[in-house]
Write a protein that binds this ligand. Structure first.
Ligand code: IMP
Length: 185
């Protein structure tokens, strides 16, 4: 059975990957290797830097993932700064920034960077809106305030499987899974 490492300290991300890749005949292992997250406006650039850094230290196939929330009314903020913003002002802060704002459109973007005989990048986008208030205990980060398109519930109110069907990460992982199955990008 082929072994793949998912480099992440985020248990929620690992749970989502485990669920999405369950049907492949692979062993998935979580590892917490630290890698520098460069300040760049493009998630692909950040992921590529991470893969190249880690490929010098880890000799087995692995992947990592970078994601961000892009809010239209805030000119795509927090985008690549999503982690810092989540750790500082959090969901309460985002809701305050959007109080009395009608345009609540936003999207999540995920870039999965796989290293297997070289680097490969897979992207997924999930469009939706920012809720008026937090709801749900599931997931992590911005999940309680993000409602994906064609839904009335936030990611925070969904099971891992439900979220995976609509989420940015679910979509990116699905493209990677097809690549691992068929070798076609
Ligand atoms: P990073 O990719 O781990 O750096 O994530 C950036 C920030 O966005 C972190 O604060 C995450 O909690 C948040 N984030 C990334 N993906 C998701 C998601 O699927 N749901 C909610 N928040 C997310």
């Amino acid at each position: 059975m082929d072994k793949y490492y998912f480099i992440t300290g985020n248990k929620g991300k690992f749970k989502e990957a485990k669920d999405k890749l369950e049907y492949l005949n692979i062993e998935l292992i979580q590892t917490k290797m630290e890698y520098p997250e460069i300040q760049a406006s493009d998630l692909k650039e950040i992921a590529l830097f991470g893969i190249n850094f880690c490929s010098e230290r880890l000799k087995s196939p692995f992947f990592l993932e970078d994601s961000g929330l892009f809010i239209e009314e805030l000119n795509s903020f927090p985008g690549p700064y999503s982690r810092y913003v989540q750790d500082t002002i959090g969901n309460d802060g985002i809701l305050k920034l959007l109080s009395n704002v009608k345009n609540r459109s936003a999207y999540f973007k995920s870039v999965v960077g796989l290293y297997k005989d070289g680097p490969h990048l897979f992207e997924g986008i999930s469009r939706g809106t920012i809720a008026n208030e937090m709801s749900g205990q599931e997931g992590f980060g911005y999940d309680p305030i993000f409602i994906p398109e064609e839904n009335s519930r936030t990611f925070g109110e969904m099971t891992t499987k439900e979220k995976n069907a609509f989420s940015h990460r679910g979509k990116a992982l699905e493209i990677m899974a097809k690549y691992l199955e068929n070798g076609v990008e």
